[in-house]
Write a protein that binds this ligand. Sequence first.
Ligand code: IPD
Ligand code: CA
Ligand code: CA
Ligand code: CA
Length: 267
Amino acid sequence: MLSIAVKAAREAGRIINRASQDVGSIAIQTKTYNDFVSEVDRSAEQAIIDILKDAYPDHGFWGEESGHENHEADNIWIIDPLDGTTNFLHGFPQYCISIALQQKGVLTQAVIYDPVRNDLFTATKGRGAFLNDKRIRVTNRSKLQDSLIATGFPYRDFTHLDAYLGMFKDMIKKTTGIRRPGSAALDLAYVAVGWVDGFFEINLSAWDIAAGGLIVQEAGGIVGDFEGNESWIETGNIVAANPKVFAQMLQVLNPHLTPALKTPKNA
Ligand code: IPD
Ligand code: CA
Ligand code: CA
Ligand code: CA
């Protein structure tokens, strides 16, 4: 199953790379304020679904651009065909394709493909995480104060902006540095491979984090919501880090958690 998902991700990567040669000519639509979708997002998603459906006609699909299809199926593919659309449309080379398989509610397969660097991150539940076929692991740095942390901040829905800024302010003071690369899926892959020690973001969608969450877990990291629980896909609020740094991140984030941020948004 992983090899079909890899094939689909690479095909989407070809579409995205071709289009990246001339981003100025790409047709763009605005979904809501600051939320863009291009013809490239849509054709990459279609290519992924065509390949997966060909191999698994009875599976279900949950894609960012096309929504749910056959959502009662035991096997559901959760797809973000282009994570980091804003980066892509500006030619900022940080974006990826994210594909995860959920079987009876359990994440079992994950692929994140960065078509710019040709980095392929994969994981199968219980079998470890890999970057281009090499086993990867989270860092073993023990102090948050020495850690490099990735995040993403609100830029189109400002409901939780004050809560987020409180978290951000405290994180700045308690880490060695913060990065906002602009693709949540790649941020998670970077936790898994140890290029950052941790990541947090609020209000994400299932397709942003499903694959990355499994890859982090299979690389020995911890993934949770801001209370450390497993409902990170449901709430869309996610903390992922090596086990030592994870606990320290929760301590910083927790005081800023509001009742609204505990409410599931992706159920
Ligand atoms: C976005 C990226 C970004 C995150 C946003 C996501 P998209 O996904 O992952 O880093 O901050 O919240 O929606 O829309 O580019 O697929
Ligand atoms: Ca989007
Ligand atoms: Ca996304
Ligand atoms: Ca997307």
